[in-house]
Design a protein around this ligand. Sequence first.
Ligand code: NAD
Ligand code: TYD
Length: 355
Amino acid sequence: MDDLFMKNILVTGGAGFIGSHVVRRFVNAYPEYRITNLDALTYAGNLENLRDVEDRENYRFVKGDITDGEAMMALFREEAFDGVVHLAAESHVDRSIANPSAFVMTNVIGTVNLLNAARTAWADGFEGKLFYHISTDEVYGTLGSDGMFTEETAYDPHSPYSASKASSDHFVRAYHDTYGLPAVISNCSNNYGSFQFPEKLIPLFINNICNNKPLPVYGKGENIRDWLWVVDHASAIDVIYHNGKQGETYNIGGNNEWTNIALIRLLCGIMDRKLGRSEGESEKLISYVTDRAGHDFRYAIDSSKLQQELGWTPSSRFEEGLEKTVDWYLANSEWLERVTSKAYRRYYKETYGIH
Ligand code: NAD
Ligand code: TYD
């Protein structure tokens, strides 16, 4: 690496939704760091998400697949990374129900490959090194109507996605406890914001409303999620990367619980206004469909450890954040069009056998 840079950081999955916000934040906030974005560019990875930073001197992109253990070893041999912020993953619960193996490969084997590469590359000493693993609150399973997930909540994953993330979390802890690998983990609630692939609830429904397509609400729409603006997640990751204690876990959440149906009604109202439609028009697209198998009822995160120990707070009120998010998707209809084009559908069908 060029001596110009103080730290050399590998971000995996930086072409995805959250990863692109993390790359943007680190590239802008830390010109003294060199940021390498490693991404396999699956259906969910899109270099367009990083157009505003792609020419920066402290940024570079490497196409690579974390399931390829030898390639990861080689990359870590070539580059003296000081830190890893690991976001690369298969991330959609419905896809994990259709094809669990892909989730084991990337989320479990891929994570272990990175841990092995880091451990080998850092064999001379762990001083100044950090492996930061980004995970989800879904590892804790589901809540009833009361209570919140804390860092002490026992793992109880239900979907193949959350089982694969739970497994990867356990491996990160095992490498910390067994080999002393300097590691930290955060578990975050549902994110929303720009550049999210329109398979997840909010961008899917924005896209469908624009195109007058049905809004498939699973079950009765009574499941509850805790929504956090993706930019606030990126700021939490920045704080934890720099100030988090090694070996610790931090929960990240928005303290912002919504039933799906209430969120969808709010979204429909915003869309009616933005599209100049009469009140109630978008809600007519709501279509109740068969519930997701093993659908977790409620997620709610207690993030007081992060707030009290590291001083992080979320910045955005949900109603405003959602409106800004809608504005972004409407202003970036070409982005939406490209990621939902035939090329994408062909990939989806060939890889997963579903539409
Ligand atoms: P995403 O699906 O938008 O992006 C994942 C990225 O990983 C894509 O760019 C993809 O190309 C890349 N990738 C996938 N497989 C790869 C492989 N084998 N090798 C290299 N790159 C690969 O996901 P996201 O929503 O941005 O989530 C990022 C991380 O944050 C994941 O680890 C996820 O579990 C976690 N997380 C997500 C949320 C959420 O609400 N989206 C909440 C909490 C935690
Ligand atoms: P999603 O965005 O897939 O995130 P996660 O499953 O990781 O929480 O889904 C958010 C909620 O919305 C979840 O309870 C499932 C529900 N949902 C629907 O009702 N319809 C849909 O088409 C999708 C994608 C999700």
